[in-house]
Design a protein around this ligand. Structure first.
Ligand code: NAD
Length: 268
């Protein structure tokens, strides 16, 4: 049984991941961590996930919680994940990081930690989104520069970051395939304004509302036609399943920074 810790256990993703772990015969929840100001500290995590008692008390003492853990799964907030990472590296616990909105400086800290522990870091853990990224590469490489490329993403109204990490990842994959430089052919985060975009920019538009789990559509708009490639997440379970799958895959791997492409066998 793979011994798992969930960081951010009482959040939207944390509770979904706990449900997946509890339902699995291959892994076991051994530590449940949340923020020092969490109203759930000291409570049984199983009750929060709706599973009744599982005997694991929610704590903010990361070091103590990780004593007997094979893999940690971190779905917290950007600053929290960045502050957790050197502590995980010091203890030597592999980690799956799903948190988005992490700054370049934070990403550098994750890359540095990956020299001593194995890390899966992915803005979207769903199998479908990672297959979609491959489809985008294929479409962009065939359509080329004649087509304008726009990404539209929609999420629930509590989401902390915009544009979504998945939209940024899509833009990055498209820019690499189209041989556009993200530094100079800037991704344009459109917020209602039209007209400032240069032809080589990849536009990203953001919608926030209600309880939308996560929709992403990429438009390839060309002369006399367009292609729309859409992924819709119906529930957070797709991300939770991916996170737990990544945890199984990560156990026993050498130190390094891995993506969901590696986990799913989609890497070239
Ligand atoms: P949420 O706000 O519902 O939950 C975050 C939880 O983290 C809260 O319980 C909070 O108390 C806790 N937390 C904050 N600081 C902490 C700390 N220092 N230590 C431990 N816990 C701490 O958010 P959510 O909707 O569950 O999303 C969490 C993150 O995951 C976001 O960045 C979101 O964008 C990302 N996300 C990623 C994927 C993916 O597939 N990679 C999918 C969905 C969401």
């Amino acid at each position: 049984m793979l011994k798992i810790a969930i960081l951010g256990v009482s959040g939207r993703m944390g509770t979904n991941i706990m449900n997946v772990v509890e339902a699995s015969a291959r892994c076991q929840l051994v530590a449940a961590v949340d923020a020092p100001n969490s109203p759930y500290l000291g409570q049984d995590s199983g009750e929060i996930a709706g599973f009744g008692r599982n005997g694991i008390t929610i704590t903010d003492d990361l070091e103590a919680a990780l004593e007997d853990v094979a893999v940690a799964i971190d779905f917290t907030h950007a600053e929290a994940s960045v502050s957790n990472i050197p502590r995980l590296a010091r203890i030597g616990v592999p980690v799956v990081i799903g948190t988005t909105g992490i700054t370049q400086e934070g990403k550098n800290a994750i890359a540095e930690a990956a020299q001593s522990i194995p890390i899966v870091f992915a803005p979207n853990m769903s199998t479908g989104v990672n297959v979609t990224l491959r489809l985008l590469e294929m479409a962009a490489s065939i359509l080329g520069d004649e087509y304008d490329v726009e990404v539209v993403e929609a999420h629930h109204n509590q989401k902390k970051d915009a544009p979504s990490g998945t939209a940024m990842k899509m833009a990055q994959v498209l820019a690499e395939t189209l041989n556009r430089d993200l530094a100079t052919d800037a991704v344009y985060h459109r917020q209602g304004m039209i007209g400032e975009r240069t032809p080589r920019e990849i536009g990203i538009q953001t919608i926030r509302g209600g309880d939308i789990v996560g929709d992403h559509t990429v438009y390839f708009c060309g002369p006399g036609e367009r292609i729309e490639i859409t992924h819709r997440a119906h529930s957070r379970q797709t991300f939770a399943n991916g996170a737990v799958r990544a945890a199984y895959w990560l156990a026993g791997k050498p130190a390094g920074l891995y993506s969901m492409f590696d986990v799913l066998g989609l890497s070239e």
